[in-house]
Design a protein around this ligand. Structure first.
Ligand code: GLN
Length: 543
């Protein structure tokens, strides 16, 4: 079978959920035993989003092979339960960098280097790359941005060329658009979609399928009208109605027959029906929780939902695994201090201190950690959250009041968190952190060991600083243990406070590997500990 290529473009407005639609289609196709991957083409000039502030672009997702990528790759992995890689996220920056490097090497000697064909050739090469690996039957390519944006034009042009170059049964374009409801007129409006499809057609691309985001059911008449004006078959106009959770979208797309429409175009109509049993069970558990537990998420980007995307999703998976809804209370670390922490964290049955960079909000994180430690509230620190747990313990328990991270004080007297040695000579900021999967050996008898149930684990990383091993003896003597280490470099990966019901800090980012069908074990155990704490609180009140 030849490799099939699906392109997903977006119109009318951004944030319609192209990533979720792409991932939902991929899920349905995978459930029919096809090998599917999804890639994202982002129109910005940064080589990757690693240097972007989360306020700009939400969370930066990290792949196994250490690429810093768009957060949509997180959705792809969570829906597919399959790892993506460096090749799955391409930016305009990457494309231009390749073309300009080639030009310097003389690859185009004598020629003027232009957007068409040189840039578009490089885009097309990358669009087909994963398909050429032999590992996939279907490659879904999501084009970032909105049709009509100047930035995404070369990508749309590359799709136009491929629509001609690939056999028609190997290529399909889905256009995701918005069909708004005007409350005053009590009417659904198709005009924005008509304009957006026209824009796409002006660029030479004819969509095969329209997926219409809508708050209300689309009637047959509306679908027919859209089909007529947009040159699409009536059966190929489908609705994507607002859902309670993104995890329902694959099931809704199944009802709308998105997978069947796609397979029909590819000449693959005779494939078996998708097996979505495990997914349906997960969605059922997710939408019918038997209890609610309150957990604080302490971080400095809490006003922006997308900044901690993978952490929030991990809580959804871990909640469902515990038949429980995790109510995450975002708490801004900049506004916590020792005086108000009891009030800010009142009623919380667990405290997660988030990853981050820089000085802002650090002391607030330390206050929150101290409070959780002293009051036996389950605590989970991730990356910077783990580093601050070490600083807090050193200052208040291990007799090191001047302990600090070198990230805030380069010439600190007690740099208990210090730059990793290979980072000391690094001046380039992009792509130079400790990134991607590394293994970690767990200490038998530790909380971490009981959670994972095995000795050797692997998790993803994204950091420059580490726990300074010079101070481990002092921490151990005072009651904090290093229970996970990298077997090759001896870098400390996990710390635990021994006399505490649940206190764990991890240098890695477990949130990147949690999926609905395989919830991350520390998150699951943390939520379980929070439920226990809630029950204890209830019993105390009743006494
Ligand atoms: N800023 C810290 C470091 O670079 C932590 C990074 C993080 O939380 N991802 O080590």
């Amino acid at each position: 079978m030849s490799v099939k290529y699906v392109f997903v473009t977006g119109g009318v407005t951004s944030s319609l959920g192209k990533g979720i639609i792409s991932a939902s289609l991929a899920k349905l196709l995978t459930a029919r035993n096809l090998r599917v991957t999804i890639q994202k083409f982002d129109p910005y000039l940064n080589v990757d989003p690693g240097t972007l502030n989360p306020y700009e672009h939400g969370e930066c997702f990290v792949t196994e092979d250490g690429a810093e990528t768009d957060l949509d790759l997180g959705h792809y992995e969570r829906f597919l339960d399959h790892y993506t890689s460096k090749a799955n996220n391409v930016t305009t920056g990457k494309i231009y960098r390749t073309v300009i490097d080639k030009e310097r090497q003389g690859a185009y000697l004598g020629k003027t280097v232009q957007i068409v064909p040189h840039i578009t050739d490089e885009i097309k090469r990358r669009m087909l790359l994963l398909g050429k690996s032999g590992n996939y039957d279907v490659v879904i390519t999501e084009i970032g941005g909105t049709v009509g944006d100047m930035e995404s034009l070369p990508f749309v042009e590359a799709v136009r060329q491929l629509q001609w170059e690939l056999p028609s049964e190997d290529c399909l374009v889905i256009h995701l658009t918005l069909v708004p409801y005007l409350a005053a007129a009590k009417e659904i409006k198709t005009k924005p979609t008509q304009h957006s499809v026209k824009q796409l057609q002006q660029n030479g691309v004819q969509p095969d399928v329209l997926v219409c985001r809508t708050e209300h059911e689309l009637s047959l008449d509306v679908r027919k009208k859209l089909a007529l004006f947009c040159n699409v078959k009536p059966g190929c106009v489908i609705q994507s109605i607002d859902a309670d959770t993104i995890y329902q979208v694959p099931l809704l797309m199944r009802q709308e027959r998105l997978d069947e429409i796609v397979l029909e175009k590819f000449g693959l109509s005779d494939l078996p029906q998708p097996n979505m049993e495990r997914w349906e069970k997960f969605v059922d558990r997710l939408t019918h929780p038997s209890k609610i537990v309150d957990i604080a998420l302490v971080g400095k980007y809490v006003e922006l939902q997308d900044a901690y995307k993978s952490i929030l999703e991990s809580f959804i998976h871990a909640g469902a695994a515990n038949n429980c809804k995790v109510k995450v209370h975002p708490i801004h670390s900049e506004f916590i201090n020792d005086a108000n922490v009891a009030e800010k964290l009142s009623g919380m049955c667990g405290v997660l201190v988030a990853p981050g960079f820089g000085e802002r909000g650090l002391e607030g994180k330390i206050s929150a950690i101290k409070y959780a430690r002293e009051n036996n509230i389950p605590f989970f620190g991730i990356c910077l959250g783990m580093q601050m747990a070490v600083v807090e313990f050193a200052r208040h328990m291990a007799g090191l009041p001047e302990a600090v991270s070198a990230e805030v004080e380069a010439n600190a007297k007690i740099p208990i968190i210090d730059l990793m040695s290979d980072q000391k000579t690094t001046t380039i900021k992009g792509g130079t952190m400790r990134l991607g999967a590394y293994s970690c050996e767990l200490r038998e008898g530790s909380l971490a060991y009981s959670i994972y149930g095995k000795k050797l684990i692997s998790e993803r990383h994204r950091h420059r600083y580490e726990l300074n091993n010079d101070y481990v003896a002092a921490l151990e003597a005072a009651g904090m243990s290093v229970t996970g280490r990298n077997p090759d470099t001896s870098l400390a990966e996990i710390v635990e406070v021994r006399n505490h019901p649940f206190f764990i800090g991890v240098q890695f980012h477990p949130e990147y590997k949690s999926t609905p069908e395989n919830p991350q074990p520390i998150f699951t155990a943390f939520v379980k500990a929070a439920i226990k704490r809630q029950e204890e609180n209830k019993n105390k009140k009743e006494e």
